[in-house]
Design a protein around this ligand. Structure first.
Ligand code: SAH
Length: 221
């Protein structure tokens, strides 16, 4: 399923700039062509403040206000690729909407995308961007994502874009059998991108690579 973005009036930067970013992602080992294509056509500059828009196609995390950051494109590509690997999911829960960039990428590759954010100011801005791009199928919730989204689960996949010290149990409970959770876990100074697969008789955990995310925090702001 491919959802076409409405980029009219978005002021896209040159295709060449965006291709440079995907060339870099390829060099770093991203191989999923669908992910690369969606990243090449999504206007990341819309997801950062205007003052930082000129840096939007660099492979770097950038501040989005409220002490939060938009994830580095490489990490977005890597997590999305892991999520789609083997059996592509139909329903995905994202914890940590932030700018909404990862959500927008997912929404072009997966039928049902649910996203939860604990900072209302960030969520409001992200929702404005989804509307502007015509991504009307994204369902969002203002809440503490430690709890997942019980009413909408279980999910084929869950992606967490902030880091807890340990995997929240509520998220494991909302994984479909055969489903996977992609999450950065560990000490704030030494986090590991981790994939947890739910099998018939339990969970299988794989460490992917070291990463650095903002912390997964409790409560709402
Ligand atoms: N995917 C986002 C990443 C934003 S940074 C992007 O690319 O823009 C991580 C986000 O997780 C922040 O917006 C932060 O507020 C949010 N977050 C942290 N703890 C959370 C929690 N318990 N529930 C929901 N969101 C949370």
């Amino acid at each position: 399923m491919v959802v076409k973005l409405d980029v009219s009036g978005v002021g896209m930067t040159s295709q060449r700039t965006r291709n440079r970013l995907t060339d870099r992602l390829r060099e770093q080992g991203i191989v999923n062509e669908a992910v690369l294509q969606v990243m090449a056509s999504t206007p990341r500059h819309l997801f950062v403040d205007e003052a930082l828009a000129h840096r939007a196609y660099e492979d770097t995390a950038l501040p989005i206000g409220n002490s939060q950051t938009i994830s580095q494109p490489y990490i977005v590509a890597r997590m999305t690729e892991l999520l789609l690997q083997d059996v592509p999911p139909t329903s995905v829960l994202e914890v940590g909407t932030g700018s909404g960039y990862q959500t927008a990428i997912l929404a072009q590759l997966v039928d049902q995308v649910f996203t939860v954010e604990r900072i209302s100011a960030l969520l409001d801005r992200a929702l404005g961007r989804f509307r502007q791009l015509g991504l009307h199928q994204i369902k969002s919730k203002y809440d503490d994502g430690h709890l997942g989204w019980t009413e909408k689960g279980p999910f084929d996949a869950i992606i967490v874009t902030a880091s807890p010290r340990e995997v929240p149990v509520a998220l494991l409970a909302q994984l479909q059998e055969g489903g996977r959770l992609i999450i950065p876990v560990g000490d704030p100074e030494a986090q590991t991108l981790t994939m947890v697969k739910r099998g018939v008789d339990g969970f299988e955990t794989t460490s992917v690579e070291p990463v650095r995310f903002v912390p997964l925090l409790g409560g709402k702001l």
